[in-house]
Ligand binder design. Structure first.
Ligand code: FMN
Length: 334
């Protein structure tokens, strides 16, 4: 087991982009990498069973070298399958592997993984132990502050203690509980109130554990503020919906000089990547659906988005559409 204070767990990952199904695919991650060189980027959750049976592992696991540092998020409850996924993460060159103990969807619950496993810390610990025994990669966990009525401060501390003893090296805590029945995943991201004080309590009682705060961090300065207490700040929806809002994040958090990057420059930078994607029979829309969010709150934004959206979905393999869209922005000084 790697000691908590090893170089792999230092403060390098002070900012991350959260795992989000149907959002943080490799194309969005490549886009986000133009905005922050330092953010730790998480994949969408990949289910360990799906990975085991899949004949398209490359499709599930491949990523672009520019995406480093990158964490593979896995869902599952079977130590054997999770160990296999860990070995694949290592083989593919991921920088860490993260276990999802936060997803409350019915589908995930019926597979007995995600948030429902917060009720079974011993099972999660067995998974973490198995994963750690086969890899040098950091094994980290993303979870909630509790589920249903299992949401006391003591249970949360007991949960992280058990997983830390099993080898978990960082805890990304979504500062909301999840209701496993009655709320869908979207409601479970809005209805249970944010309780940062619960996560703060964990950090206060266990100062040696690496704790990353997640949930409702909507601006770079909110993240900077969180870092006064926590080891990391993780941003989900606000990064996806407003990527350019984070353009100074490396300067704000890592004190690294950044140029004032514009939407048009970001698009130009990802044109070669998109071209390669098209050569592999990928579609223009795969990248463009993420690009749309680069342009907001400026005159003509809606029209630009509508135009690009329409064209990218009809002329599926025509890179010129993207080139022209970037030019339009550049002409507008954006
Ligand atoms: C569309 C969407 C998909 C998500 N998928 C995942 C996922 O695959 N794994 C996970 O751990 N969390 C997932 N989440 C939860 C986010 O990682 C994050 O915990 C949550 O959105 C709260 O952070 P935020 O307020 O910064 O968005 C998802 C969230 C959204 C909005």
């Amino acid at each position: 087991m790697v000691p908590i204070s090893s170089p792999t767990t230092n403060k390098a990952y002070r900012f991350s982009i959260a795992p989000m199904m149907d959002c943080t695919d490799r194309h969005f991650r490549v886009l986000m990498r133009q905005i922050s060189k330092r953010a730790l980027l998480y994949t969408e959750m990949i289910v360990s069973k799906a990975l085991h049976y899949s004949d398209r592992r490359n499709k599930l696991l491949d990523f672009d070298p520019t995406e480093h540092p990158i964490s593979l998020q896995i869902g599952g409850d079977d130590p054997k399958l999770l160990t296999e996924a860990t070995l694949l993460a290592e083989e593919w060159g991921y920088d860490e592997i993260n276990l999802n103990i936060g997803c409350p969807s019915q589908k995930v619950q019926s597979g007995n993984f995600g948030a429902c496993l917060m009720a079974n810390p011993d099972q999660v610990a067995r998974c973490i132990e198995a994963m750690c025994s086969k890899t040098k990669l950091p094994v980290t966990v993303k979870h909630r502050i509790g589920i249903d009525n299992l949401d006391s401060e003591d249970l949360l501390i007991a949960f992280v203690d058990r997983l830390a003893a099993a080898g978990a090296q960082r805890f990304s805590i979504h500062a909301r509980k999840a209701w496993l029945k009655g709320l869908d995943p979207k409601q479970n991201r809005t209805i249970p109130p944010l309780q940062y004080e619960r996560v703060e309590h964990v950090k206060k009682i266990r100062p040696n554990l690496k704790i990353e705060l997640n949930g409702g961090l909507n601006t770079p300065f909110a993240c900077l503020n969180a870092l006064k207490i926590f080891d990391g700040a993780m941003v989900g929806r606000a990064a996806y919906a407003h990527p350019l809002r984070w353009k100074n994040i490396d300067e704000i958090i890592f004190k690294e000089k950044t140029n004032d990057i514009k939407a048009s420059e970001i698009i130009r930078k990802i044109i070669p990547y998109t071209e390669e994607h098209l050569h592999k029979n990928g579609k223009l829309w795969d990248m463009c659906k993420h690009i749309l969010n680069l342009v907001e709150e400026v005159p003509g934004a809606k029209a630009w988005r509508r135009d690009l959206g329409l064209k990218a979905q009809t002329e599926k393999y025509n890179l010129e559409i993207l080139v022209k869209a970037a030019q339009q922005l550049e002409d507008a000084g954006l």
